[in-house]
Structure formats: structure tokens, C-alpha cells
Design a protein around this ligand. Structure first.
Ligand SMILES: *[C@@H]1O[C@H](CO)[C@@H](O)[C@H](O)[C@H]1NC(C)=O
Ligand SMILES: *[C@@H]1O[C@H](CO)[C@@H](O)[C@H](O)[C@H]1NC(C)=O
Ligand SMILES: *[C@@H]1O[C@H](CO)[C@@H](O)[C@H](O)[C@H]1NC(C)=O
Ligand SMILES: *[C@@H]1O[C@H](CO)[C@@H](O)[C@H](O)[C@H]1NC(C)=O
Ligand SMILES: *[C@@H]1O[C@H](CO)[C@@H](O)[C@H](O)[C@H]1NC(C)=O
Ligand SMILES: *[C@@H]1O[C@H](CO)[C@@H](O)[C@H](O)[C@H]1NC(C)=O
Ligand SMILES: *[C@@H]1O[C@H](CO)[C@@H](O)[C@H](O)[C@H]1NC(C)=O
Ligand SMILES: *[C@@H]1O[C@H](CO)[C@@H](O)[C@H](O)[C@H]1NC(C)=O
Ligand SMILES: *[C@@H]1O[C@H](CO)[C@@H](O)[C@H](O)[C@H]1NC(C)=O
Ligand SMILES: [Cu+2]
Length: 804
């Protein structure tokens, strides 16, 4: 949740773009007819290939086996070469009237994004499940059309790829959106730079005498400014006007990113309707809950001798994350760490972004809007989930002041892709994890964030199975596999983990850290705790919407609910009516009844089943959807900020029939017109049957965040988290984690062990060189940038500016 105007005011708003994680291949891969199962082990990468066995004592730290995915990854984005050729082709289309981003001003058209258009599921299934050709590739391009009084963001499709003169065309893309305006939505940002420098800062500069007196600082657009000014997102859009509310923030006095902890409590309202700056108007000031309609009124009151001045939030150690306080007992000794004595026990095709661990496999995709997504997740060769992906993240604030009240960040506007930075081994992921690069398109360049997705196995701190009696004890290790990325969208860091377990379950876990966006304390006691001198921990809901397109034994599925209900029953054997409970089974039959709230007391099991594929006992095989911690939906009803722009946040679990025209529940520009957003999710629900259809489950994670003193200086991942599990339910005939050999049974008798069974598991006899595992912190890189127009793949350069 990041603060939009905040980033914009820092000039760092990444307008942009994205594309996939191109592994450096510069031309499309030749199509190979890889059949599932016909895998080839290729040479292991050289970094790890050196034989590190001195003579059997040092552990072999092998990287994941390099091998080839059974199919091409049709979700992994454009290659560098494709993105460059599309960009070049677009500049050749005179009617688009494009200006290069680096030369573009407020009144020029430019390219914001060039990425892969995700193929339709209808076209993908015959390819991944059969012998059909891979779907035709198209580029999804977002244009920033500002050379007009009515600026728009416009989504177009360019293709088919590869680009060829004659056959490649562009067309507006409308089919994935509920708004039918040719892929266009108004662009409220066209003048954001000049609005800040030529309008907002002029107003705030006009009261520099007051800001100097109140806080010893000014916001005038000069180098000596110590105050920043920004506010609500999205801007208010009612009455055919655009209304902004902004407020003052102290800049941090050092490198710590503490600005969102330093609000100062003076708010200004402006009317910024239209593109003619001469029509923009100052509409008033608010301080300590008193509204002054004009600057003259405010100034008069301020100097009246009857004006209550409140204190300022100023940075200090309380806002800095470095170690402070007495060192804890024994804390300077090295803490426990994890090692992988046999190296990676999984395989990765880095070109096709495909992973296999134990009996799981999946492809990875990566997008500017929402970061990492997983596709065609299979277990034992059977697809469980076609797509598992973030859709949107909302941070909806509230407050007595207009800025907190008016803030409801829809973070895909900023994008998760551009903020998925390099991970730190030993901190973000275990030191032995392996890593994947991600790339995104910005202003005719492709930026690569090295090592921004990590893959690793981990031994949970508890076994997956345990039993003991008088004759034996049996335990099974709980080894799971994680794919993780962390996106720092402005002030907050979101960590996304997709975890795979030996029992066939899959877990999604989101954690939040980073700086909260706090409020000025005055009059805000009903909206948060006071957490510092003049600071309120502004209440807000984080709601993160996900899509899980489950395919259980095929695409024809049904949602079954099994609920524990209290009952009073007479049985043939009961002398009196008995107060007890029983199971109530039901199906969600249509989209009229498919927006659900989790029942109180967790009494209902939600399960996607295939009723045509019962098990041998007649029970339907399926996967259960199990909210595991802190899943929530938005508290606010019919939000004044969002109107129809985030309908997906209003429920816990929503089920629709899969449609190629409904691929995503949100759009990054939904906030540009909250009354008529690009995707009005509620429109997906139009009464269609959900009985043995291809179902998509839309679920939310999140938390009701009421920051307290423990959120200073940063929110901690320990308590700010939310998760969900997909677990096989009556899917297999038994618990399939019995397959692992990493278990032990110890038979004993009156204190003597008679037998130990270890099932062929390998004992770790090698010694791990922990020093070698330590990450060289000086190798942390930042962005690698490759110019697309003109294409210059041989001259990559480093640019750390885009690391916020
Ligand atoms: C190999 O290991 C043995 C002990 O296991 C040790 O005695 C011997 O010196 C080692 N050899 C080398 C070459 O390191
Ligand atoms: C093309 O864009 C420029 C600004 O970059 C603008 O001045 C011009 O009017 C536009 N031309 C057309 C035909 O729209
Ligand atoms: C397409 O035509 C343009 C202009 O005629 C030319 O510059 C470009 O190289 C051509 N591209 C291809 C792929 O042939
Ligand atoms: C910054 O400089 C301007 C121009 O000299 C001055 O008016 C303003 O008060 C200064 N701001 C601060 C915080 O000193
Ligand atoms: C001082 O300001 C307060 C708040 O605006 C107002 O209620 C009060 O009447 C004022 N007192 C005088 C003496 O102006
Ligand atoms: C990530 O990018 C770096 C720098 O371009 C490259 O050296 C490395 O091989 C890439 N890693 C993978 C797994 O492709
Ligand atoms: C939502 O709120 C608006 C403005 O208060 C109102 O006009 C509209 O009817 C409300 N919609 C619903 C579904 O309650
Ligand atoms: C995807 O399916 C929709 C609906 O059938 C269709 O309009 C659209 O052209 C398809 N997109 C592609 C890229 O084939
Ligand atoms: C257990 O082991 C001890 C020591 O070897 C032996 O004396 C004793 O008889 C054993 N008890 C049983 C029940 O086997
Ligand atoms: Cu929060």
C-alpha cells in the first residue's frame, strides 16, 4: 500500500511496465515437442558443478537440477527481443503519435507498458494437456494518451507475435474488462507533475510564514524544503469534479524511510477538475478539525491570538529500524540456521520458469501489476490449480481527517512487479535457497531485479506426523517447498509465500512489514491508538484478493459445503431427544449464491469437488479451501472512496464460472473512475450455473490493521500475516505423505530399542561449511537495465534509482 502521491511527489512513480522474467534469452525459443515425462537432464550449472567433496566430508551444495519443462511456458512473458520488436513497431504506427518516454511531457502520448497478453485458458488447455500448438502470442500494451484534453490510459493488443510487417496489427482490448469503452479509461494523472510543482506547492508556499512558525519548515518546491505534501488516493470523483485533499509531512532527517510516520495535521482541499490549471481552485484549509474556506480566513485565524498550535511529528530513533537498546543476553552468538546437506532436491527450468519438487510441478509467470503467479500446478501429474495469483491489494484507511478518510490504495496501480527487489539470502529466504530473476518494462527499457524470487525447501519446526505407544514411536519430517517474493510497494513490504506440502496441500501466506502510514493524532481517537507524541496509528483494512482457478480431475467441478450444525435428534436407541450436532451438506448451484462469508466458528468446509469422480466409497474427491489465519474482507460497506472499484473485497470467498472474458477481478486503473471502473467485479455474478462447470475461486487474505506502539518503527511479520490452504479432501485414499522416506520408527520394549527403521533415508554425514553459505552483502546489485528502443541488449547498465 503505498502512497501514491507520495511516490509521485518523489518523482519515483514507476509508470510502467512490465514484462516477464526473461532469462536473458534474446530470441524466442524454438518450439520443441516436449511430451510430459520426456524430460532431459541437462548439465548442472557450472557455479555449483565443482566437486566439493574433499574426500567425503564436505557437503555437496548442488543447485537445482537444470532440466526442460514438458511444455513451453505460455505465461512467462515476452522475451527481451519480443518486447523490443513490439516497441519499435509501435513507434512506427503514425496514428498512435507516440513520443519516447524520456522526451514526453504532459501533452504527449507515450507507452507505459509492454507485456505478454495472457493467453485464454480455452487456448492453453489443448496445448498443455494435448498436442495442440501453443496459443498465438500477443503483446498487451498500455498507452498513456495525453496529447488531448481528455487524456486516457488505453489498453491495446499487438500481434500476432513475432512482429512482421503486414500481419501484425494493434487493436483496443476490451474483452477482459466489464467496462466497454474500447480499453480506455480516463487518466487522472496526466498533469500530476505540474499539478504538484505549479499548483499545490504554490499554495503551500503561500503560507510559508505559518509553516515556518509551526514546524520550522517550508514546502515551496525548493531545495531547502523540509516538508512534503501529498494526500488521498484515489482522488474524490463525485459531482463531476475532481477533489484532492493533501496534507503536510515532515521529511525524515536521515536515510530512514520514515516520512509516513511524520504527518503534521494541516490539510488542504483543492478542486483540480480538468486540464486547465487556471481553473484549479484552492478550496480551504483544515487544522485541528476547524475548516477555513480560504487562505485569508486561515491566516486571519492563525494570527488572531486565539489559535491552538499543536505539536509536530519529528523523526528520531523511534522511527529508525537499526539496532537500539541494550544487547540481549547471548544475542551476539550466532543463531541457529538451516542447511541443505544434499543441495537442492528440486529441479528448475530457468528458461521456461518451471519447477518440480517431489510430486508437485508448476510454471511461474510474473507481471508488472501483481508480481509472481503460478500456473498449471500439478500433483502426481494431475492439475489441481490452473492459476494461483494475486489480483489486487487494497489498503483502506479511515479517520476523522480527510486524508486518512480518503485513502484507499489499490496497489496494482503502482504494481508489485517493479517493487519486487533482490532478496537477501539468510534473511528473506534461507542462505541455501535458489533464486530467479524478474524483469519489468519501464520507459522503453527492461529492468531486471536479480534474485527477486526464491525457491527453497524447509524443515518445519514440527513433524507432519507423530504417534507413540508402549511399543514404538513414529515420526515423519515435515519438509515443505516454498516460492517467495517480497514487494515493497511504497511504505509497506508484502511478502508472498506459496508453500507445497508432502500431504498434497498448498498454502498461500502473506506477511506485511515496513512503515505504516500513520495519522496526525488530533481528533482521531476513534480511528486508532495514539502511538507517539502527536501520532495516531491510523486504522485500516488490508485486503489482498487472489484468484485460484481450481481444476479437480478435469475442469468440471462443483463447490460443496459441509457444515457442522447443532441439532436435537431422536434416534431409535435414544430414550430422550438428544442435543447434538450433525453434518449438513449442500452445493453452491449458481452465481446467485456464490459470494460467501466464512461462517462463524469455522463450521463450514468449502470444497471444490468433481461429482463425476467419486472415490471408491462414493465420496466426491476434492480440494478443500481452508482459511488458516486472519482472513478478512473489507469492513467498510459501499466505500465512498472506492464505490464500485473493488467489489472483490466485500466477501471472503467468491465463486464464478471461468470465462476467458473474466480473467482478473481488478484492473490497475480501476481507481481512475470509481463509478465505472475497468473491471466491476460484481458484474461477474450473473446467475450462471456452477454445477459441474469450470470454477474460479476468488479469495481474500488480509488483516484489520490497528497499528499500536509495536508497529514502530516498522510493522513486524510475526503478527501481520494471513493465509489460506488448499488441502486434498477425500482426494487420495489415504495420507500420501506416507511416501516420504524421511520418517523414523523406533521399536522399543521395556526401555530397550529393538529396531530402528529409517526407510532408506540418507544420513547427513557431510559437514556444511557455514562460512561458504554466508551471503556477500556487497554483491547486492539493484536493477540491471536493457534499452528496448533503440534495442541495445549488449549494453546493460545498472540503475538503482528505481529502488525506492
Ligand atoms: C579424509 O577424511 C579422513 C577422515 O574422515 C581424514 O583422515 C583424511 O585426512 C581426509 N583426507 C583428506 C585428503 O582431506
Ligand atoms: C501528436 O502529439 C503531439 C504532442 O506530442 C501533439 O502536439 C499533436 O497535436 C498530436 N497530433 C495529432 C494528430 O494528434
Ligand atoms: C517493417 O517496416 C519498417 C518500415 O518499412 C522497417 O523499418 C522494418 O525493418 C520492417 N520490419 C520488419 C520486421 O520487416
Ligand atoms: C528556503 O528558501 C526560501 C528562499 O530563500 C525561503 O523563503 C524559505 O523560508 C526557506 N525555507 C526554509 C525551511 O528555510
Ligand atoms: C477562540 O477560538 C475558539 C475555536 O474557534 C472559539 O470557539 C472561541 O470563541 C474563540 N475565542 C475568542 C476569544 O475569539
Ligand atoms: C540473473 O541475472 C544475472 C545478471 O544478468 C545473471 O548473471 C544470472 O545468471 C541470472 N540468473 C538466472 C537464474 O537466470
Ligand atoms: C452506496 O452509496 C451511495 C452514496 O452514498 C449511494 O448513492 C448508493 O445507493 C449506495 N449503494 C448501495 C448499494 O448501498
Ligand atoms: C480470448 O477469448 C475472448 C473471448 O472468447 C476473445 O474475444 C479474445 O479474442 C481471445 N483472446 C485471444 C488473445 O485470443
Ligand atoms: C534390556 O537391555 C539390558 C542391557 O542390555 C538387558 O540387561 C535387559 O535384559 C534388557 N531387557 C529386555 C526386556 O530385553
Ligand atoms: Cu497496515
Amino acid at each position: 500500500m503505498l502512497s501514491s502521491s507520495f511516490l509521485r511527489s518523489l518523482g519515483l512513480l514507476a509508470l510502467g511496465l512490465l514484462l516477464l522474467a526473461d532469462s536473458g534469452q534474446s530470441a524466442p525459443q524454438p518450439k520443441a515437442a516436449w511430451m510430459r515425462g520426456a524430460r532431459t537432464r541437462l548439465a548442472k550449472s557450472s557455479k555449483w558443478n565443482s566437486n566439493r567433496w574433499a574426500n567425503g566430508s564436505a557437503c555437496v551444495e548442488t543447485a537445482p537440477s537444470d532440466f526442460q519443462a514438458p511444455k513451453e511456458n505460455v505465461w512467462s512473458g515476452l522475451t527481451n527481443w519480443e518486447a523490443a520488436s513490439v516497441t519499435r513497431w509501435l513507434f512506427g504506427q503514425a496514428e498512435l503519435n507516440l513520443t519516447r518516454s524520456e522526451d514526453a511531457g504532459n501533452w504527449d502520448n507515450s507507452i507505459l507498458l509492454v507485456e505478454l497478453m495472457l493467453p485464454n485458458k480455452t487456448d492453453v488447455l489443448p496445448y498443455v494437456d494435448g498436442d495442440a500448438a501453443a496459443p498465438t502470442r500477443y503483446a498487451h500494451v498500455v498507452l498513456d494518451l495525453r496529447a488531448t484534453v481528455n487524456p486516457t490510459y488505453t489498453d491495446i493488443l499487438v500481434g500476432p507475435l513475432p512482429v512482421t510487417n503486414g500481419t501484425t496489427t494493434w487493436q483496443p482490448v476490451e474483452y477482459p474488462y466489464t467496462r466497454k469503452t474500447g480499453g480506455s479509461i480516463r487518466n487522472l494523472d496526466a498533469d500530476s507533475d505540474t499539478m504538484q510543482t505549479d499548483f499545490i506547492l504554490k499554495i503551500t508556499g503561500s503560507i510559508s510564514d505559518i509553516t515556518l512558525d509551526l514546524w520550522g519548515g517550508t514546502a515551496m518546491g525548493m531545495d531547502n524544503d523540509t516538508l512534503d505534501v501529498w494526500g488521498i488516493d484515489p482522488v474524490w470523483q463525485y459531482d463531476n469534479k475532481l477533489t484532492r485533499w493533501d496534507t503536510f509531512w515532515n521529511y525524515p532527517t536521515d536515510e530512514f524511510d520514515a516520512e509516513t510516520l511524520l504527518p503534521l495535521g494541516l490539510f488542504l482541499k483543492t478542486d483540480v477538475t480538468g486540464r486547465d490549471p487556471s481553473k484549479w481552485k484552492m478550496k480551504g484549509w483544515l487544522y485541528n478539525d476547524i475548516f477555513y474556506p480560504t487562505t485569508a480566513d486561515f491566516r486571519k485565524a492563525y494570527y488572531s491570538g486565539n489559535f491552538t498550535k499543536l505539536g509536530a511529528n519529528v523523526e528520531g530513533d523511534w522511527a529508525r529500524t537499526d539496532q537500539q537498546g541494550p544487547v540481549l543476553p547471548m544475542d551476539t552468538a550466532t543463531p541457529p540456521g538451516a542447511v541443505a546437506p544434499s543441495g537442492a532436491r528440486y529441479s528448475v527450468d530457468h528458461t521456461r520458469k518451471y519447477v518440480e519438487w517431489m510430486d508437485f510441478s508448476f510454471y511461474m509467470g510474473f507481471s508488472r501489476d501483481t508480481g509472481l503467479a503460478l500456473y498449471d500446478i500439478r500433483h502426481k501429474g494431475q492439475r489441481i490449480i490452473y492459476e494461483l495469483s494475486l489480483q489486487e491489494a487494497l489498503a483502506h484507511y479511515a479517520g476523522n481527517d480527510p486524508v486518512q478518510s480518503g485513502t484507499a490504495y489499490l496497489d496494482s496501480y503502482y504494481g508489485f512487479g517493479p517493487y519486487a527487489f533482490e532478496l537477501v539470502p539468510g534473511y528473506d529466504c534461507p542462505a541455501y535457497a535458489s533464486f530467479v530473476n524478474t524483469s519489468f518494462y519501464v520507459s522503453e527499457t527492461t529492468h531486471t531485479h536479480i534474485n527477486s524470487v526464491c525457491l527453497f525447501e524447509f524443515d518445519a519446526d514440527y513433524p507432519i506426523q507423530s504417534h507413540t505407544n508402549s511399543a514404538y514411536t513414529a515420526k515423519t519430517k515435515n519438509i515443505y517447498f516454498t516460492v517467495r517474493f517480497v514487494a515493497t510497494v511504497g511504505n509497506y513490504d508484502y511478502s508472498f509465500s506459496y508453500e507445497f506440502y508432502l500431504d498434497g496441500s498448498i498454502r498461500v501466506e502473506v506477511r506485511a512489514s515496513g512503515y505504516i502510514q500513520a495519522a496526525y493524532y488530533a481528533n482521531n481517537h476513534d480511528y486508532g491508538y495514539q502511538i507517539h507524541d502527536f501520532l495516531s496509528g491510523s486504522m485500516h483494512d488490508h485486503v489482498l484478493g487472489f484468484k485460484a482457478d481450481l481444476d479437480i480431475l478435469g475442469t468440471e467441478n462443483t463447490m460443496e459445503l459441509t457444515t457442522n450444525v447443532p441439532v436435537t435428534e431422536n434416534y431409535v436407541w435414544s430414550d430422550h431427544p438428544r442435543n447434538t450436532m450433525k453434518l449438513q451438506r449442500s452445493f453452491i448451484e449458481s452465481e446467485d449464491d456464490s459470494r460467501l462469508f466464512y461462517t462463524g466458528n469455522g463450521r463450514t468446509q468449502y470444497r471444490v469437488v468433481n461429482t463425476a469422480k467419486p472415490n471408491k466409497y462414493g465420496e466426491y474427491r476434492g480440494y478443500r479451501i481452508l482459511p488458516s489465519d486472519g482472513t478478512i474482507h473489507l469492513t467498510v460497506l459501499n466505500s465512498s472512496n472506492l464505490v464500485d472499484a473493488a467489489d472483490w473485497a466485500n466477501y471472503d470467498l467468491m465463486i464464478t464460472k471461468q470465462k476467458d472474458t473474466e480473467p482478473r477481478s481488478a484492473h490497475p486503473y480501476n481507481g481512475q473512475d470509481v463509478y465505472d471502473p475497468m473491471v466491476r467485479f460484481g458484474d461477474f455474478f450473473n446467475g450462471e450455473s456452477l454445477t459441474q462447470e469450470d470454477l474460479v475461486v476468488w479469495f481474500n487474505l488480509g488483516m484489520h490493521h490497528i497499528p499500536h506502539t509495536g508497529d514502530l518503527p516498522n510493522t513486524v511479520f510475526t503478527t501481520a500475516h494471513s493465509g489460506i490452504q488448499f488441502m486434498p479432501l477425500n482426494y487420495y485414499d489415504g495420507d500420501i505423505s506416507r511416501q516420504t522416506v524421511n520418517m523414523v520408527r523406533i521399536n522399543y520394549d521395556k526401555g530397550n530399542v529393538s529396531e530402528v527403521k529409517t526407510f532408506g533415508q540418507k544420513e547427513a554425514t557431510c559437514s556444511a561449511d557455514l562460512a561458504k553459505e554466508e551471503f556477500d552483502f556487497y554483491s547486492y546489485t539493484g536493477d540491471v537495465v536493457i534499452r528496448k528502443f533503440p534495442y541495445d541488449p549488449n549494453d546493460p547498465y545498472f540503475e538503482t534509482d528505481s529502488i525506492v
